[in-house]
Design a protein around this ligand. Structure first.
Ligand SMILES: *Cc1c(COP(=O)(O)O)cnc(C)c1O
Length: 429
């Protein structure tokens, strides 16, 4: 294969959409030839240390032999079969594991194809739960600002209304109830006024609210806000008190990323409905799941419809289920808790950035490191700089952040942290 012409970048630019890009003036894209462990390799020869874990997903690094083996073996016996009136061991094995590792009340699993779809399913579960009980007026969702729950329509409608696509799709999106973003930070003091204000919103709206949806502890794409567990604890209490279901979106935070297997464990609470995705298959394939309690599932099933109204073509895809099971096994074999604790330690290196004028603050939790700067960064420019340093980091807005694979070495973490420091120090943004 000839090196430079292996990838037709002109064709890409002319014909292929990338996430959130223009077809007239797209950001540069970098052709990747392959990946391995903590590295991404470009067609142009660069070896990059990956700071993004492909958007929270590649927790074990790339091409892990056990994940490759799981996919290969499953592909040889059955890549896919419909899930209507059919079941199979890969799905059953995975759901057993999911019920085992998630909070105890969650006993029923819906396998879906992506994070956004799992959020759609969670919302349907909540709506159908109340419909079944004749509470037809409970049709709204309540959520906190700065959230991100995906790009499909129902998911979009609960994303931060300023940061996202609400104004663009006004009139088309259902209108929900937004409370302020959690303001008390993780590791700081809880502001009790914030909890009183939260209860006031429940008092005002609970009659029409089916569920409160939020990302526990870390609001990611909406601003990388690390908030106080007491907020989440209070939310659980208020949901029970005012007859509102609690949906936790752990699509980014699940599988150890925040230092707990699931972020809700920081507050010792469990949701009525849980969404997981991203790291579920160790970053190899798309798969998500929506889990709920026996109570919610039973009520849904007692309703007029008698069923949960969802069923994607690729539901329970055996390839994805097999590799997800292998990824969960690896999490424990590798002792994820020790891995994440080590990464947390190594990432303290980012604190060097605190002394730079350009920096607003530095936040580190679990295996997530965030440097918030005072002005929006020029993504194309800073990314070019990072690549020249042998790093893959993709900032957005004022946030330069890393959530690397758990297998990343301390030395590699230091290289990522140093790269961020020098980019800011040398004003490469
Ligand atoms: C990424 C993400 C989603 C959407 O998942 P997709 O697989 O991209 O559809 C939803 N919620 C959260 C918290 C996410 O991080």
């Amino acid at each position: 294969m000839s090196k430079n012409n292996a990838v037709d970048l002109d064709f890409d630019k002319e014909h292929i959409w990338h996430p959130y890009t223009s077809m007239i003036d797209p950001l540069p894209v970098y052709p990747v030839s392959h990946t391995d462990a903590a590295h991404i390799y470009l067609e142009t020869g660069e070896q990059l240390i990956d700071g993004m874990a492909s958007w929270w997903s590649a927790i074990h690094g790339y091409n892990h032999p056990k994940l490759v083996k799981a996919i290969t073996e499953q592909a040889q016996s059955m890549s896919h079969v419909m899930f209507g009136s059919i079941t199979h061991a890969p799905a059953i094995n995975l759901c057993k594991k999911l019920i085992n590792i998630t909070p105890e009340p969650l006993q029923k699993v819906f396998l879906a194809d992506s994070g956004s779809v799992s959020v759609e399913v969670a919302i349907k579960m909540a709506l159908q739960f109340w419909m079944s009980q004749g509470a037809q007026h409970k049709t709204k969702l309540m959520t906190a600002r700065k959230g991100y729950h995906g790009d499909t329509f129902a998911a979009m409608s609960v994303c931060d209304p300023v940061n996202s696509m609400h104004s663009m799709y006004q009139g088309f999106l259902p209108e929900h109830i937004f409370v302020p973003a959690p303001a008390s930070s993780f590791g700081g003091n809880i502001n009790h006024d914030e909890l009183v204000e939260l209860e006031n919103s429940f008092k005002l709206h609970h009659h029409e609210v089916a569920a409160f949806i939020i990302e526990p502890i870390v609001q990611n794409a909406g601003g990388m806000n690390f908030y106080h567990p007491a907020y989440l604890k209070e939310l659980r209490i208020l949901c029970d008190k005012y007859n509102v279901l609690l949906i936790l979106d752990e699509i980014a935070t699940g599988f150890g990323r925040t230092g707990k297997l699931f972020a809700c464990e920081h507050a010792n609470i469990s949701p009525d409905i849980l969404c997981i995705g991203k790291a579920l298959t160790g970053g190899t394939m798309t798969l998500s799941a929506t889990l709920t309690t026996n109570h919610v599932a039973t009520e849904i099933s007692k309703g007029n419809a008698g069923v949960l109204m969802h069923g994607p073509t690729f539901m329970g895809n055996p390839l994805a289920c097999a590799v997800a099971s292998a990824s969960i096994d690896l999490l424990f074999e590798n002792n994820w808790e020790a891995q994440v604790t080590r990464l947390f330690g190594a990432m303290q290196h980012l604190r060097l950035c605190e002394k730079l004028d350009a920096v607003e603050n530095v936040r580190i939790l679990g295996a997530i490191g965030v440097v918030e700067v005072k002005h929006t960064v020029n993504v194309a420019k800073i990314q070019r700089y990072f690549i020249d340093q042998g790093l893959w980091i993709r900032p957005f807005g004022k946030l330069i952040y890393i959530m690397p694979p758990y297998i990343t070495s301390n030395q590699q973490i230091h290289a990522l942290c140093n790269g961020i420091y020098t980019a800011l120090e040398q004003q490469q943004y």
